[in-house]
Design a protein around this ligand. Structure first.
Ligand SMILES: Cc1cc2nc3c(=O)[nH]c(=O)nc-3n(C[C@H](O)[C@H](O)[C@H](O)COP(=O)(O)OP(=O)(O)OC[C@H]3O[C@@H](n4cnc5c(N)ncnc54)[C@H](O)[C@@H]3O)c2cc1C
Length: 391
């Protein structure tokens, strides 16, 4: 069976039609409400219903499970279109699709048929729960445990900063099944964790930007799961499943690659072209088409980096370095550009009446989330050295 997401293609006419539908929806439904919802930090319930209707919660899930089965390149273009007007809303389906991908790529046949159809329709929505209060970049330092108990597991611990944590109902949950294992990743496992007794939201986390999508602290106290919820049914694969494996496609040996947290976890997520589109919106918001055109050229290059990484991903090639480069370049540019834009617009840039201040608040997250930019630099450097690109 082919790897989920990889080796896919789409007829150009179908892609154009899909993107035009997305454009129309963004123009009519997303753009008009973005500022108001962001300022109120209000969850866009109606937008989520529309996203269900558009099939976005199943965008990358295979058609056999009810999804659209889109290639990464098309998916990246969709996120690009939406991010131009409201970046935060893309996190609602993007985090969700990471959960779906973990199940589709590593789950047992029973897990796939039990969960994927309901994830594809958006009936169940969720995300990826990896980060803990004391373990972000160094994921192998997590403390949450799952202790075997009869036919199931008892889980205890806390996760933090989990996107969709409050509104979502199911998460891919990274835990230690063997806290003493050495190397540490060998004791880590990934579970499908629906909200039920023993699983509660601690609190909603307040943020500088990236508003409206909920970021939650999740608390697990004697939370019981059947062994059927262990993704793939084998302990000790969780680190690989939650990081390298989710992004890079086939590692025939099934071994975790030697890489720091999310060094690749986010490869697919890094195909999200949000940052360069924050940049583009920024320029459009300047109301000066000539200036937008002039500055638009480097923006186009950033897009090419993203689409190049997506194309590699679709062809089944390893692309963590390319995706890391696209992420690093685009997000640093987005941050720099949001500050410049604020300066260029003077008082108007600082005003809540315009979008510049929102872009200025949203941009820093791009350098932190989905593998910090410091980690991207390390990954890129290691790959370049390995490939003999640096003497
Ligand atoms: C809005 C938001 C949404 C998020 N959504 C999710 C989610 O859905 N699921 C989830 O699991 N997590 C999520 N996160 C958590 C996010 O992935 C982490 O914040 C991120 O991985 C960084 O971890 P940390 O915050 O613990 O910082 P740390 O790991 O403590 O890093 C602090 C600084 O040290 C640097 N650093 C750390 N280690 C090294 C190293 N070895 N070499 C060089 N520099 C290093 C980092 O680059 C960073 O600059 C989210 C975070 C935010 C803010």
């Amino acid at each position: 069976m082919s790897e989920p997401l990889q080796g896919r293609s789409i007829d150009p006419a179908d892609e154009a039609q899909l993107l035009s539908t997305i454009d129309r929806w963004v123009e009519r439904e997303v753009k008009p409400i973005a500022k108001e919802f962001d300022h109120a930090d209000r969850y866009p319930t109606e937008t989520v219903e529309q996203m269900k209707h558009l099939g976005l919660f199943g965008a990358t899930i295979s058609p056999e499970y009810g999804g659209l089965g889109l290639p990464a390149g098309t998916y990246a273009k969709i996120v690009m279109r939406i991010s131009q007007d409201w970046m935060a809303v893309t996190g609602i389906f993007n985090s969700h699709l990471m959960l779906a991908l973990a199940i589709e790529k590593f789950g047992t046949p029973e897990q796939k048929s039990a969960w994927l159809p309901r994830l594809a329709t958006g009936e169940i929505r969720g995300g990826l729960a990896l980060t803990e209060p004391d373990a972000g970049t160094d994921l192998q330092g997590i403390r949450m445990t799952a202790r075997r108990d009869g036919n199931g597991y008892v889980l205890n611990g806390t996760k933090t900063w989990i996107s969709n944590g409050i509104e979502g109902s199911c998460f891919a949950l990274l835990v230690k099944t063997d806290p003493d294992a050495q190397p540490r990743h060998k004791g880590m496992s990934l579970f499908i964790a629906p909200k039920q007794e023993g699983f509660r939201v601690g609190r909603k986390l307040e943020k500088l930007g990236y508003k409206s999508i909920d970021s939650g602290e999740l608390i697990f106290e004697d939370y019981r799961l059947p062994a059927d919820n262990l993704i793939g049914g084998v302990e000790g694969q969780g680190f690989y499943q939650a990081t390298g494996g989710l992004a890079l496609g086939p590692d025939q040996r099934g071994r975790p690659r030697r890489r720091h947290r999310r060094g690749s976890a986010a490869t697919r997520r890094r195909l999200r072209p949000g940052p360069q589109d924050v940049r583009q919106t920024d320029l459009r918001a300047s109301g000066d088409p000539a200036q937008a055109r002039r500055h638009g050229h480097p923006g186009a290059r950033r897009r090419l980096l993203t689409l190049d990484a997506a194309t590699k991903f679709d062809s089944g090639e390893r692309c963590d370095m390319e995706a890391g480069m696209a992420k690093l370049f685009a997000t640093e540019s987005a941050l720099e550009n949001s500050i410049e834009s604020l300066r260029i617009h003077g008082g108007y840039g600082y005003s809540k009446e315009y979008d510049i201040e929102r872009l200025y608040r949203d941009a820093p997250l791009l350098c932190i989330g989905e593998g910090t930019n410091e980690m991207q630099r390390i990954i890129i450097a290691k790959q370049l050295i390995k490939q003999g690109g640096i003497a």
